[in-house]
Design a protein around this ligand. Structure first.
Ligand code: AMP
Length: 368
């Protein structure tokens, strides 16, 4: 691919489209978000406006400069690799929509829009799930009847794979190799953690849906399914439970806000529910790091990334303070300054900003 070519990255959600434009050598020219997409302003219309604005702002002089579009696709079902989108791949993404009804249908809308607006260029699907297809079967399956797992494709798929792959590649660039026993904590509004052995995911906290695992901004994370049935029985309906567990739980459910900055500020004012939310968030994380360290047979490096992971020094401090038994000790000053290397102990601890859009561009480059 020539250096003058430009690659558009699209992340199409239900009501918003995040986009970024890159040069072929991974230089970001712009990134932005279009919100409030509804039946009046379809994905096609919104993408048409995005293309127009790229031209008006002179990021491209003509659309022909855009030579490929990389689409973030949340669910790839069993697809182990990213793909140039052919009819067959598009059908598979559509089929995987049963497992990600809130995401894949909108990803498909973005793909169809580009096929209409820029019909000559290749579309590439980069999956959030592909990175985790190396997880062994015993860690992938749930303890429910095997026949049900098979019939309804119920298993741990895991998410945030694009971010994990990016961090692995950054570590390789910085250290010359990916640490053999690696734990990455992707702590954003959606939070998950991944155990990586010799560069391959061997377990991750998100499961069949992105609801499992760590406590998150508005998602509950691990919860006893018996409690969910009980809530449904007591409320005599279960239609809104999915909404409660996805959008009203986690930090928001405990402290009334999912903004970690606000929670920290409130803890400084001795607000009890804010302190409880922070304690719960950190405890869950501490538990998973310890478990994954056992799964990996030790830990060479621990990485924090995404909004909370990159900025909330108090989360890192609190979590790591309780993990000295794993050889994790922090340089307090460096940690508070959000420096890249923040360890003093034998286990390396890094703060590395993630860049999922850049990873998508890299994958586009590789596939073309
Ligand atoms: P993300 O989903 O990666 O954009 O991360 C969103 C989360 O990061 C929210 O909980 C924010 O409150 C949190 N966050 C963003 N910036 C900061 C910051 N400077 N300090 C602490 N938390 C932050």
């Amino acid at each position: 691919m020539q250096k003058s070519n430009k690659i558009l990255v699209l992340n199409c959600g239900s009501s918003s489209i995040k986009y970024a434009l890159f040069t072929a050598d991974e230089r970001e020219l712009c990134h932005d978000i279009v919100e409030n997409i509804d039946s009046n302003k379809t994905h096609t219309k919104a993408i048409q406006n995005i293309l127009l604005s790229l031209q008006q702002q002179k990021y491209v002089s003509s659309y022909s400069e855009i030579t490929a579009v990389g689409h973030r696709v949340v669910h790839g079902k069993d697809m182990t690799q990213n793909h140039i989108i052919t009819k067959k791949i598009q059908k598979k993404i559509k089929e995987a929509g049963v497992l990600a009804p809130l995401h894949n249908p909108h990803n498909i809308e973005g793909i169809i829009a580009i096929q209409k607006l820029l019909p000559k260029i290749p579309n590439i699907a980069v999956f959030d799930t592909a990175f985790h297809t190396t997880i062994p079967e015993y860690a992938v399956l749930y303890g429910i009847p095997l026949s049900l797992s098979k019939k309804y494709y119920i298993k741990r798929y895991g998410f945030h794979g694009i971010s994990y792959q990016y961090i692995c590649e950054e570590l390789k660039k910085k250290l010359g190799k990916i640490p053999g026993k690696l734990i990455i904590c992707h702590l954003g509004n959606g939070s998950s953690i991944c155990a990586i052995k010799n560069g391959k995911s061997i377990d991750t906290s998100m499961g069949f849906t992105p609801m499992e695992g760590l406590m998150m901004g508005t998602r509950c994370g691990d919860v006893d399914v018996g409690a969910v049935f009980h809530i449904a029985a007591m409320r005599k309906e279960c239609r809104d439970i999915d909404h409660i567990l996805n959008f009203e739980s986690g930090l928001k459910g405990i402290a009334g806000t999912n903004d970690m900055r606000m929670i920290w500020k409130k803890t400084q004012q001795k607000n009890k529910t804010a302190q409880l939310a922070l304690d719960m968030y950190c405890y869950r994380l501490q538990k998973y790091i310890s478990a994954y360290s056992a799964v990996l047979g030790g830990i060479d490096a621990l990485v924090f990334t995404a909004g909370i992971g990159e900025n909330a020094w108090y989360v890192r401090e609190k979590v790591c303070q309780s993990l000295s038994c794993l050889g994790i000790t922090l340089d307090r000053k460096k940690n508070r300054e959000n420096k890249e290397k923040i360890h003093t102990g034998k286990t390396k601890v890094y703060v590395i900003p993630t860049n999922e859009e850049k990873m998508i561009v890299r994958e586009v480059g590789r596939l073309l």
